[in-house]
Design a binder for this molecule. Structure first.
Ligand code: SF4
Length: 223
């Protein structure tokens, strides 16, 4: 079976198992960018708490860009890794402002073409392909396929990418092969599958709707 046919089969099974994923957030691009940085190495709940705290403490992105480091660290501490994320967010916003981008315009970045926006995002300090793809997909409905730790693990186990592919190369491979109409639902349902069944330590292969499509089923040792 070709990779695209397998991807369609996998997406259809996951959709039957988990249903249609909830609508994308459609936050303004800069909001999505900050939210994505806050989501690193934490749960969705803590990410959302940190984001709400940040918006309450510093209601504009201009204010965040100009805030003292300790104020910003305090505002996002419930999201974890605040000492790392605060300078990253600040540097990102300052870099955007230095390019003449109005940080608090909800339409900022939205009128850039795909390639231009992709390049600009990757040029920001601390922004990699996953974060850039999240902004394009969740904010602007553009079909870019973010690969996080769950998507990466499940894609490797399913043989959609090679064992040695890291998350960045897995994203490039999947970006080239996932049909555009499947980008959002497949991304969302692979995350859910990775969280609920295909967990890092003990995947529940006996309950998996993808078992007959998965070369790893029955393998005892999982990495
Ligand atoms: S069969 Fe097991 S390893 Fe394969 S996708 Fe399902 S849970 Fe993951």
């Amino acid at each position: 079976m070709s990779t695209r046919r397998r991807l369609r089969a996998i997406a259809a099974r996951l959709r039957r198992a988990y249903g249609e994923p909830p609508e994308a957030r459609h936050l303004p691009p800069i909001d999505e960018l900050v939210l994505t940085v806050l989501s690193q190495n934490t749960s969705d709940v803590n990410r959302d708490r940190a984001y709400a705290d940040l918006r309450r403490a510093l209601p504009t992105w201009e204010a965040v860009a100009g805030a003292p480091a300790r104020t910003l660290v305090r505002a996002i501490r419930r999201g974890g890794l605040a000492l790392t994320k605060a300078p990253r967010i600040k540097a990102m916003l300052r870099s955007l402002a230095a390019r003449g981008i109005a940080l608090d315009d909800p339409k900022a970045l939205a009128d850039l073409g795909d390639a231009e926006l992709w390049e600009l995002l990757l040029d920001l300090p601390g922004v990699g392909p996953k974060t850039a793809a999240c902004v394009l997909l969740f904010s602007l409905d553009r079909p870019h396929f973010p690969v996080d730790t769950h998507v990466h693990r499940v894609a490797v186990r399913l043989g959609l990418v090679g064992e040695r592919a890291d998350a960045v190369s897995a994203q490039a491979l999947l970006q080239a092969s996932v049909p555009q109409d499947l980008v959002y639902p497949l991304h969302m349902n692979l995350i859910r599958h990775g969280r609920e069944l295909c967990a890092a330590r003990r995947p529940l292969c006996s309950r998996c709707v993808l078992a007959d499509l998965c070369p790893r089923v029955g393998v005892r040792e999982f990495r």
